[in-house]
Design a binder for this molecule. Structure first.
Ligand code: BGC
Ligand code: BGC
Length: 614
């Protein structure tokens, strides 16, 4: 019932305590080396397997499960294919694509000897100030419901089918249960203040669909519901999830999430397990939790029947995952598949996902670009694969990554450089937008949010340029010189960008596309015949704000008046002129929010303003 972190538990310790599971948390890898090789991963998986199964005090030793956050591809692993974050997949409206990404991701995870991914995230995100907005597919429950089953069957195979959890498949997690997208002000790990109907009808559908598709694990959510932490909520975890929904897999806590239900760690652990948590994901002190749980059972605070139930659930999942096959991780056929990691076919799939996720907000006619033009590619996002991948990529926050960390990816600029053949066209990279005597025909400015994860990404307003005025300055300089401008916006959520929209002749939202940045140029340029090659497909799965405090903003709500509605997304044939937008920044002067609140402390939040008079 204990899941320890690989940085805190050696194989020897895992064997000594017969741990049931380990994880590598965000940014954790063998030897603490984010460029660890495929062999490093397999050797470590073997070492844990041998240490646990080799224990002679058990007649039939029980292999452990290794879980990881493969949340947009096997994104903790060097050389893996990194797919667009879920918000981009939401824009594709393509369930088949989501399924195919699940299949590819599972194959890459299994190739490294791991068993389980903490995905998909099925949050229905209702306030885009939340730092985990990009982990959600949509603000609309229907799209989350549609994708949930597709991703789960992609990862695990068809429940009941011959290939279920067979070679190249891994366990999926329906996370985080439940209500995390509903917290007040979009605060990470905050309180969802809503009715049970809302919890069920808006936030529950994705989990129901995932369970119906056979999801074997559910991760409890950090948030509270009406002031009570979900990790200690017996009604939600036991009565609703295991009872009403008939979930027969196991519930894993979030990272030290069980510790949040009481001040005393032992009491917290007992209350969480009694509420229905079956496996405790321990970020730090797993030995303490191990002894606490034993002691709490001994003291009668946790009934033995509850332990039996939790263990039965974990064993059932291990059996379904074919863990008792008797082979070490590196000997499994899926791990012999040494081409799986970063397979060109997976990268093609990711590039296709990028193409289909792009949302065109504005086009005065500058797009598509001809291949014989002189293009200046500017902005700090133009040639930075780390920035285009976002959080949960090699490091937890996704920060600190550079080109050397992505042996096979393409930046957005790389795609432009490949797209312009030798027929008079040229592409110049200039992050600050400076150029020499010869003016370009068009300037493409790639900019947007820098990587973040979880609460570090929480914001108190949605103004982009209040935090980063640089891209707007570049765009305006181009306009003054009469150079047409195209903006490519990298972002984990809709943000208020009216000034940038006004300064752009075309505006494309690329979300957090992952390692295959070349998919952007595929769509922006004419095809080889000079006609439209790939058209835009993406449609907003989140409503776009009219002003910087325009949140919560969700389709179906009373008074719904977004700048661009849910489902908006231009095609090349559309008239993409949107007129001049109001540039007054209602967030101007608000204290900036610097995030960094993993410790649960609070920061000044602005009141959610009513519609400004306009
Ligand atoms: C996140 C989970 C994640 C876990 C393990 C937690 O902080 O909320 O989504 O699966 O860490 O990395
Ligand atoms: C881990 C993440 C985890 C987070 C929780 C980080 O140190 O790497 O996996 O989600 O802590 O605070």
């Amino acid at each position: 019932m204990i899941q320890a972190e690989i940085g805190n538990a050696t194989p020897g310790e895992a064997g000594e305590f017969a741990l049931g599971s380990i994880l590598n948390g965000g940014g954790s890898s063998p030897g603490g080396n984010k460029q660890a090789s495929l062999d490093d991963w397999l050797s470590l998986a073997d070492a844990y397997y041998d240490a646990v199964v080799g224990q002679e005090r058990f007649a039939d030793a029980i292999p452990m499960l290794w879980g990881t956050d493969a949340v947009h591809g096997h994104s903790n692993v060097y050389g893996a294919t990194v797919f667009p974050h879920n918000i981009g997949l939401g824009a594709t409206r393509d369930g088949d694509l989501v399924h195919a990404i699940g299949v590819a991701t599972a194959r890459e995870v299994a190739a490294t000897g791991l068993d389980w991914t903490f995905a998909p995230t099925l949050a229905v995100v209702r306030d885009d100030r939340w730092g985990r907005t990009y982990e959600g597919y949509s603000e609309h429950p229907d799209l989350v419901v549609e994708y949930a089953g597709r991703m789960v069957t992609g990862l695990q195979g068809d429940a009941g089918g011959a290939g279920f959890l067979g070679q190249g498949r891994v366990l999926a997690t329906s996370k985080h249960f439940i209500g995390e997208g509903q917290t007040t002000d979009g605060q990470d790990q905050g309180d969802a203040v809503c009715s049970e109907e809302m919890l069920r009808d808006v936030h529950g559908g994705g989990h129901r669909a995932a369970i119906a598709a056979g999801a074997q694990t559910v991760m409890a959510a950090y948030n509270s519901w009406l002031g009570n932490k979900v990790h200690g909520h017996r009604y939600l975890l036991t009565d609703v999830l295991k009872g009403g929904l008939g979930f027969d897999g196991f519930v894993v806590s979030d990272w030290d999430g069980f510790l949040q239900v009481a001040d005393d760690p032992a009491e917290a652990c007992a209350r969480s397990v009694n509420a229905g948590v079956d496996m405790l994901m321990v970020g730090g002190e797993w030995r303490r939790t191990y002894h606490d749980l034993l002691q709490q059972v001994g003291a009668g605070n946790v009934p033995m029947a509850r332990i039996d139930d939790a263990v039965r659930r974990i064993l059932r999942v291990k059996a379904r995952a074919q863990l008792f096959s008797g082979s070490r991780p590196s000997q499994r056929p899926a791990a012999q598949d040494s081409n799986a990691l970063g397979d060109p076919a997976h990268r093609d799939l990711a590039r296709r996902a990028v193409r289909r996720s792009l949302v065109l907000l504005k086009n005065d006619g500058v797009l598509p670009l001809r291949r014989d033009v002189k293009v200046l590619v500017a902005g700090d996002g133009a040639h930075d694969i780390g920035k285009q991948c976002g959080g949960w990529t090699l490091t937890w926050q996704g920060t600190g990554n550079d080109a050397a960390d992505f042996p096979t990816g393409t930046s957005i600029f790389d795609g432009f450089a490949q797209a312009v053949p030798h027929n008079g066209g040229s592409v110049v990279l200039s992050p600050n937008g400076e150029f020499g005597d010869e003016a370009p025909d068009v300037a493409v400015v790639v900019f947007g949010e820098n990587p973040y994860a979880e609460g570090d990404g929480d914001r108190n307003h949605l103004s982009y340029s209040a935090l980063d005025p640089q891209p707007l300055a570049i765009l305006r300089r181009m306009k003054e010189r009469g150079i047409p401008t195209v903006s490519i916006f990298l972002t984990g959520r809709p943000l208020w960008v009216n000034p940038e929209l006004n300064a752009s002749d075309a505006f494309v939202v690329a979300w957090l596309p992952g390692t295959e940045g070349a998919g952007v140029a595929d769509v922006l340029f004419c095809g080889p015949q000079g006609n439209v090659g790939y058209d835009f497909h993406g449609r907003l799965s989140f409503s776009w704000p009219r002003h910087a405090l325009h949140t919560p903003l969700n389709v179906g709500e009373a008074g719904y008046a977004p700048l661009f509605p849910y489902g908006y997304g231009l095609r090349y044939r559309d008239n993409g002129e949107i007129g001049v937008l109001d540039e007054s920044d209602v967030a101007h002067g608000l204290p900036a929010l610097d995030g960094t609140r993993g410790d649960g402390s609070t920061y000044p939040r602005c009141p959610v303003a009513a519609e400004p008079d306009d």
